[in-house]
Design a protein around this ligand. Structure first.
Ligand SMILES: Cc1ncc(COP(=O)(O)O)c(C=O)c1O
Length: 452
């Protein structure tokens, strides 16, 4: 069997799959708990993306000009991890979608390109955003440079310090990258007054980016989010739709297990939603989102309405949350340090369609090193969560003597994450468990908001 399965450019999916058609969720609410109207979102997002956000149409056409940009690296290869299989002596067949081949090094440009394109159509000139690991900020800078928009990125302080070269990548594509919390926004200044040494969080960086967008009186600055929202999940489904076609090329009708890491949910939704569709229609597939044990949103969080950011500027979303005031431990998987979760991924978990799992940091680094020494690639610390769970499943298949087909999403490379690897080799990384008191504190705080 081939180790690499390619699709021709002519075989690229021409529509995204919108799971909102098959998995109804409660609507977002305004910060005061009242119904949210599209007009209320208009200062933040262009109307064409707001329409996509609330759409329940099952299939949505991918604009040709978006495809023309995606062709730079898509369709991405589906590869078989035969060397890892051998090392684990497993009868499982492990396939992975390699999203590290994009110009920014991860799955994130699958959504940054359409988001910038729809914004351009609507007349937006400048986009603001937050970034955790720096992948989304890079992806947005890349898309803005191709489509001629200005890009301003608030990067979580801890990642800004851990990964200085992400900033240089953004600058190379013409973007501006600022450590968050910053002195540029009211909210950033408030947080810095309370704790000048804060590592920051995605929640804080989102608040700053939203504030920067809505305070531009001309209306030509909008905000973009690299995960969590429905339209981002939609754009990423190109990953799973391609994977289906690629598996079919080698005679595989369906995988037994689908695995991806989860921060806000986008690469997981991307690979898995086309298969969640099959589960909704009666197929048996084990679909596993993998999160850090130090930020266990799906496995230990509360299903409730909560803010997507720390300042309470975003709508209230019905999702699993650890509370919007929670600042996760500064682990090296910066893109997974988020208190909330995509409402669509949350609903799939709540309905038992997917089976979330939490893994500790050290197990993930061990998995990443085994991956590098077998498959070869040096992967992002976020992706290492998916690899750790894949190894767990491959060992389980060996113990059960089952020839399972495992499909994993490799969300990004780790070429700019070597500081984390270096600390791992020096024995300086530790596992953090999320304290029960923090869950109880969040439960109390959430009482102020409606139940989901
Ligand atoms: C390589 C990589 N994987 C995964 C994630 C997590 O994001 P999401 O859950 O939206 O896929 C990030 C976020 O920055 C990332 O950079």
């Amino acid at each position: 069997m081939s180790v690499k399965i390619y699709l021709d450019e002519s075989e690229i999916p021409r529509q995204w799959y919108n799971i909102a058609a098959d998995l109804p969720t409660k609507p977002p609410l305004a910060p005061d708990g009242s119904p949210l109207t599209p007009e209320m979102l208009a200062p933040v997002f262009p109307m064409n993306l707001i329409e996509q956000e609330v759409s329940t149409q099952r299939w949505i056409d991918i604009p040709q000009e978006v495809l023309d940009i995606l062709y730079r690296w898509r369709p991405s290869p589906l590869k078989r991890a035969v060397f890892l299989e051998k090392a684990l002596n497993t009868p499982a067949k492990i396939f992975y979608k390699d999203e590290s081949v994009s110009p920014a090094g991860s799955h994130k440009p699958n959504s940054s390109v359409p988001q910038v394109w729809y914004n351009k159509q609507a007349g937006t000139k400048t986009l603001t955003t937050e970034t955790g690991a720096g992948q989304w900020g890079s992806a947005l800078s890349f898309a803005c440079s191709l489509l001629g928009l200005t890009c301003k990125v608030y990067m979580v302080r801890i990642s800004f310090d851990q990964k200085p070269f992400r900033k240089v990548m953004m600058e190379t594509w013409g973007g501006k990258c600022i450590a968050s919390p910053s002195t540029e926004t009211q909210f950033g200044r408030k947080i810095l007054e309370q704790d000048p040494n804060t590592p920051g969080s995605l929640g804080i960086a989102i608040s700053e980016a939203v504030e920067a967008a809505v305070s531009d009186q001309t209306g030509s600055t909008k905000y973009t989010l690299g995960s969590v929202l429905n339209h981002v999940m939609l754009h990423q489904t190109i990953i799973g739709l391609e994977a289906k076609k690629q598996l079919a090329k080698v005679g595989i009708k369906k995988p037994d297990v689908v695995i991806a890491c989860v921060g806000g949910g986008s690469n997981f939704a991307g690979i898995s939603f086309p298969f969640v569709h099959d589960v909704i229609n009666g197929e048996q597939i084990d679909i596993i989102p993998v999160e850090p044990a130090s930020c266990p949103t799906l496995t230990r969080g509360i299903f409730h309405y909560d803010f997507g950011d720390s300042a309470g500027m975003t709508p209230l979303l019905p999702m699993y949350t650890l509370g919007h005031n929670f600042i996760p431990e500064p682990i090296h998987a910066g893109g997974l340090r988020y208190h909330g979760m995509s409402p669509l991924v949350s609903k799939a978990a709540k309905d038992g369609l997917i089976s979330p799992r939490a893994v500790h940091q050290l197990e993930c680094y061990k998995a990443a090193v085994l991956w590098a020494r077998t498959e070869g690639g040096i992967i992002a610390p976020e992706s290492s969560h998916a690899v750790a769970a894949t190894i767990q499943e491959a060992i389980k298949a060996r113990e059960e003597g089952k020839e399972k087909v495992i499909l994993m999403n490799l969300s990004g490379h780790g070429h700019l994450d070597l500081a984390g690897y270096s600390k791992f080799f020096a024995g300086q990384l530790v596992d953090h468990s999320h304290p029960q008191e923090a869950i109880e504190k969040a439960e109390k705080e959430l009482e102020a908001f409606p139940e989901a």
